[in-house]
Design a protein around this ligand. Sequence first.
Ligand code: SF4
Ligand code: SF4
Length: 447
Amino acid sequence: MKTFKLGGIHPPESKLTAGMPIVALELPRRVEILLSQHIGAPALACVAVGDKVVRGQMIASPAGFISAPVHASISGTVKAITTVNLPSGYTAPAIVIEADDEQHRADEIARKAQIEADAKPADRSISEDFSRDTIRRLVSEAGIVGLGGATFPATVKLSTKEGAEPELLLINACECEPYLTCDDALMRAYASNIMEGIELMMKASGVRRAVIGIERNKPEAIAALRNVLDPTWPIEICPLKTKYPQGGEKQLVEAVIGRRIPSGALPASVGVIVNNVATAFAVYAAVCRGRALTDRVITVTGDVPNRGNYLVAVGTSIKEILGEIPDDCKVILGGPMMGRTAATIDTPVTKGTSGLLVLSTPYRREEQACIRCAGCVQACPMGLEPYLLSTYGRLRMWDEARQALVADCIECGSCSYTCPSSKPLLDYIRIAKSTVMAQIRAEKSQK
Ligand code: SF4
Ligand code: SF4
């Protein structure tokens, strides 16, 4: 069974919500929609306080090529353009919309109809007539970003140069993070729509072959995809060994085609574009159904009574989704390995929110001295020396951290997970990495 070679770990999968169907949460009465939900320049508000907006309407426009528009996820009135809480405890600009009663009911009816339409097999004839440029434009206008967590504007990846197209579109369907099952649920429910999205991405980018990389711990999703795959299509399903972090871009490329992406380079350097499976679904929805990215599927899991896979409107309050939870709980946005602990849950769902993990028991043991076991080195899928990088971060030795390739760290957390001394390796590595990345960006901008 294919997998990546270097490092990797096998944490308990804890997929408590596997097999649970996607349930659409009611549209909220109030949303906070962040202007920056993507990598790149924050979008620019194009509505004013007091304006009436409808669901799906663009309310902030992209501020450059690497940027993305944002859209109203409910119909109503713009109540404020202000700063709201981020999970980190910082604040950021957002547009606050409050629902209009009559339009709210109409939105719910239209949304139910959309869900029913999506449940039917995708009609391939709808998308056949779209040109490469039209698909890119529709993807851009819909505000689609990478939904696997990277939130890179999707249209940028699809904007390949004619005559110099990559040879492979690699669909990341690994969902290797413990606990998360939103992609699994999406594949089980919407396999044919996802295939359609993949075909559209291939057409938009001029790539002639696609492979779906999926861990073998999702047999129902693999079966659903196989069931709709026409053998004449240039799309292949590649089941992979279950190993974390299989869904890391570099690890996935190596696992599927055996090519190593050089330090500091992108998958395009080895002829590959990588996109998440949920992004493929969003592309289908944008092109075939004319829908902007106003909703996404998230997993709510851990120590909460309302575990499940939910379709939620972007901008919904996380506090509202979780309901009553004890004060001493930890809430992690994303999975336990790469997710971030929320300093506050009084913050909205964004395009990049894949899951809410609630843990009621402390999960970090007391830190001990390093016993030089090299466990962290063996676990690192990037071939780094995590104990050293962490020390550089703690001692603010930025030059040394840079030389030791801290910028290559994919923040997978395998080192911290493995450490028998419970050292918070990744916490310090992140500090060093963010400082070094800021240096690199500053140097590039001066050139
Ligand atoms: S977090 Fe970084 S240093 Fe630690 S194992 Fe992952 S890639 Fe290696
Ligand atoms: S895993 Fe922990 S104890 Fe072992 S070498 Fe790395 S930092 Fe030290």
